[in-house]
Design a protein around this ligand. Sequence first.
Ligand SMILES: [Zn+2]
Length: 398
Amino acid sequence: MRKALFISISVLLVFSIGYTKNIVLFVGDGMGPTYVTATRLYLREKKQKLHLDTFKKIAIVQTFAADSVVTDSAASATAFACGVKTNNGVLGEDDTAVFMQKDGKKVNSIVHFAKQKGMSVGLVTTTRITHATPAAFYAHTNSRDDEQEIAHQLIKSGVDVLLGGGLKYFTPEMQEELKKQNYTVVKTLEEFNKIDSKKTQKLFGLLSDSHLAYELDRTSANIKEPSLTELVLKAHEVLKKNPKGYFLMVEGGRIDHAGHENDALRAIHDTIAFDKAIAAYQLVVTSKDTLVLVTADHETGGLSINGYPNLGIGLFEHVKEGDKKLDYPVLTWATGPGFGVKETAQGLFTEKQPAAFLRDYSAHSGVDVYLYGWGVGSEVVQGTLDNTDIFKIMKKAL
Ligand SMILES: [Zn+2]
């Protein structure tokens, strides 16, 4: 009788407090605070809202690497995937590793611990699936650039759902190996759309030779690739069949690439696609059993919103201050290939914005990023955190 009472009280507690069945980490690569602000202002011009603004749990996250004030994606992804600081360029190893020279001690990622608990795991990205951010969840290497080796490690990783680009690193032999492991391998939008989620246990989607297209190009040039929202919902459909739940990482990976090119328009459109994917995902799950975390690995390029533009002025326009002869763009970058704005027949050429320090490819910056939390266990998302704390939050929630 007592035992029955105890069990029913426990069941009641679990249902009233909630337990974490699914853990989903969304990573906007390069999506620093200014990207969030710029995207909000851009949407405001179109009378739309940023879904990220609906999150109630928010923290500030410091991002430095073991060997640098400014992190790259490999060191930061290793921090939130595995919980340790490492050196720039290193994946899934501690800071005794030397980039491209020497291995360090291997460290396990949240994927390893989720698998130990019998959960399913998935990785979704708009970059190559062998690129730094997803690779930190399954690879151990002293060089993020060795993507061929990373691809070999991936097919032995046991990750259940992989969706992204990077087909060029998977030879026909490797694709055969995947099929032997019961993966459904899809390479085109048509094949992707035909996936029967109910019958699919393991899914490997390599939907482009390299990275997937920028969202702005995918939609305007009608490139035949799924949207990030479609990728996320498909991963959820396949993974949700496991009664023990799942861990899923979703990367909006090309926000960073656009930033490196000083292309704020494409960075904003990829941020909007990322934001929409989060909103769509939250509609198909419940906050009672799912923890959603959203963060960035670092900021890219040092994007700035300048001067005192009138509210309502286009982000890609110029500011003129009063009767002063000052005339400058609303958006500028700290580093990168940007150039002075040119006047063309169509008006001012505004696709890329000027950078203070010219560089072929912009550098990351060392500013803090945000962490947003939603759902069961998200109350710990507050204050100033370190990027390794994101791993700790997820590990505790397993
Ligand atoms: Zn980058």
